[in-house]
Design a protein around this ligand. Structure first.
Ligand code: CS2
Length: 440
C-alpha cells in the first residue's frame, strides 16, 4: 500500500497539524529535490500548524519526472526521518500540494507562478541551475533554453504585470555567495534581454532576499525507504532522511506576505552575509575538502572521513585557521562554537552521507567554498595549507577512476591531466575564475 491522504498512520507519527484540503498555494518552489523537502517545506508545514494559512507549496521539477511520480500519487505527502546516534524520529509533511514537471507542461508552471494566490517563488536548483558563465554573468543562450528557471519566471512576471497583479518575492535557497543579489542581477539580465518592458516593474515590485540555508540531506536510498515502510506500515516513495539540526537565516526583504517562519525557528535578519559566508566557507568548504581528501583515502561516507586521524586535523585547521579569520562575524556569532558544532554534525554515524554526493559539481562549488578564502589570505601574504591540500585532492580526484559529475567534466579532466594543471585550472584565463592565483 502507498502513502496517501487516506492512509491511517501509527499514533507515534506526527501528522500535518492543519486542514490540508483548504489551503491555497502561496509558494511555487522550483527544484523540489530532497533538500527542499527536508528544509523549507518543513518550516512551512510548521508555520501552517502554528496557524498561518494558504502557504501550500506547488513544487516544480525543471526536467525529471521522478519527484512528481513519487509525490503526486501520495497527494503530496511524504515523511522526513531525522537521524542521530540516539535514534530516528519520523514525521509527515503536508505543505507540498503537487509537483509539476516543467518539461512536460511548461504552461502549468507559468500559470502557477502567475496565480493571484502566489506570493513567493523559491529555488533550490543547485549552483549550476543559475546558468552563469565563467565571468559570473548570465549565459543568455542557456537561459533561453527549455529548462531554464528564467523562462518560467520571466513569462509569469509578464503575465502578472499584464493582469495588474503584484510582483513576487524570489527566494534563492542555494549555496551561492550573496544568493539574493546574485539571483536579482541574473533575473534582471534575462528580463533586459527578453522582456525589457518589465525591468523597472521588476525593480519596483519584486524582492530577492538573501538566505542562509542549512541542513545536511543525503540522497535517499532503497534501505531508507524500506526502513520508513517498516515504521509507517505503507510505502513512501518520497521519503527524505536528514539530521536533527536545521537552520534558516533570511533577509527580511519581502515583496508581499510571507509565512511567519520566524515563529518556527527561522531567523529573519537585516544582513545575512556573515551567516552565509561562514556557512559557505566553513561548512561547505570543509564538506568539499572531506569529499576529495576522503575519497582519495578510500572512505565512502563523511562520518568515516572526519574520524580519520590523518584528515580531521586538516579539516579543523581549514575551518578555524583558514576560513574563520576571513569572516566578519555578526554580534553574537561565535565561529569557534560553530566549528565545534560542525565537527559533531559531520561525525553523525546515522546519516550515511556519501562523499561522492558532495564531490559533484566541484567547478560550481569551489570558488565560493575555497577560493575566496585563499584569495583573502593571499592578499595578506599568507598560505592555507589545508585548502591547498584540498585543491591537490580535487586534482587527484579529477585524475582518478572516480566518475566526475560536473557540467565542466571533460574540460576539468583534460586540465587536471596536464603537467601545469594548477595554472590551467586557476591561472589567468583558467577554467575556474577567481581572485586567487596559485604559485607559478
Ligand atoms: C554539501 C551541501 O553536497 C554538498 O555540496 O556540501 O549539500 C550541504 O550538505 C548543505 O549545504 C548543508 O546545509
Amino acid at each position: 500500500m502507498r502513502l496517501s491522504a487516506e492512509t491511517p498512520l501509527p499514533a507515534s507519527v506526527q501528522a500535518p497539524g492543519y486542514d490540508r484540503g483548504v489551503q491555497a498555494a502561496g509558494i511555487v518552489h522550483i527544484g523540489i529535490g530532497a533538500f527542499h523537502r527536508a528544509h523549507q517545506a518543513v518550516y512551512t508545514d510548521d508555520a501552517m500548524a502554528a496557524g498561518d494559512r494558504d502557504w501550500g507549496i506547488v513544487g516544480v521539477s525543471l526536467r525529471s519526472g521522478d519527484v512528481a511520480s513519487q509525490l503526486n500519487p501520495q497527494d503530496g505527502l511524504y515523511s522526513v526521518s531525522m537521524r542521530s546516534a540516539a535514534g530516528s524520529e519520523l514525521r509527515l509533511i503536508g505543505a507540498v500540494q503537487k509537483v509539476l514537471v516543467a518539461a512536460d507542461d511548461p504552461q502549468a508552471v507559468v500559470d502557477a507562478i502567475a496565480a493571484p494566490t502566489t506570493h513567493i517563488v523559491s529555488f533550490t536548483v543547485t549552483e549550476k541551475g543559475y546558468l552563469r558563465g565563467s565571468d559570473g554573468a548570465l549565459d543568455l543562450d542557456a537561459a533561453k533554453g527549455a529548462s531554464s528557471l528564467y523562462r518560467f519566471v520571466g513569462a509569469a512576471l509578464a503575465a502578472r504585470k499584464a493582469s495588474g497583479l503584484s510582483g513576487l518575492t524570489l527566494l534563492s535557497c542555494d549555496n551561492l555567495a550573496s544568493n539574493g543579489a546574485a539571483l536579482k542581477a541574473l533575473m534582471r539580465q534575462y528580463l533586459a534581454a527578453e522582456y525589457s518592458h518589465l525591468v523597472d516593474w521588476f525593480d519596483r515590485e519584486c524582492c530577492c532576499p538573501a538566505t542562509m540555508i542549512d541542513r545536511i540531506v543525503p540522497a535517499t536510498t532503497d534501505a531508507d525507504r524500506a526502513a520508513v515502510e517498516a515504521a509507517l506500515g505503507v510505502r513512501d516513495e518520497g521519503a527524505v532522511v536528514t539530521e536533527g539540526f536545521s537552520q534558516w537565516v533570511i533577509e527580511d526583504d519581502f515583496a508581499g506576505p510571507r509565512p511567519r517562519w520566524e515563529k518556527v525557528g527561522a531567523e529573519l535578519v537585516a544582513d545575512v552575509a556573515p551567516y552565509e559566508t561562514a556557512k559557505l566557507r566553513m561548512l561547505n568548504g570543509a564538506h568539499s575538502a572531506l569529499a576529495y581528501i576522503g575519497l582519495g583515502a578510500g572512505h565512502e561516507f563523511v562520518h568515516q572521513a572526519i574520524a580519520d586521524p590523518a584528515i580531521r586535523p586538516v579539516i579543523e585547521r581549514l575551518m578555524r585557521d583558514e576560513a574563520a579569520p576571513t569572516i566578519d562575524a555578526a554580534p553574537g556569532q561565535d565561529l569557534s562554537a560553530y566549528a565545534d558544532a560542525l565537527l559533531d554534525r559531520f561525525a553523525n554515524p546515522a546519516l550515511h552521507h556519501r562523499l561522492i554526493q558532495i564531490a559533484m559539481d566541484g567547478s560550481q562549488k569551489i570558488p565560493q567554498r575555497w577560493l575566496e578564502t585563499l584569495a583573502w589570505h593571499q592578499k595578506r601574504g599568507r598560505r592555507c595549507p589545508s585548502l591547498e591540500a584540498a585543491i591537490a585532492a580535487w586534482i587527484a580526484f579529477l585524475r582518478s577512476e572516480h566518475p566526475v559529475d560536473d557540467p565542466l567534466a571533460d574540460k576539468l579532466r583534460e586540465a587536471a591531466a596536464a603537467p601545469d594543471a594548477m595554472q590551467k585550472l586557476f591561472g589567468d584565463g583558467g577554467l575556474i575564475a577567481s581572485d586567487w592565483r596559485p604559485e607559478t
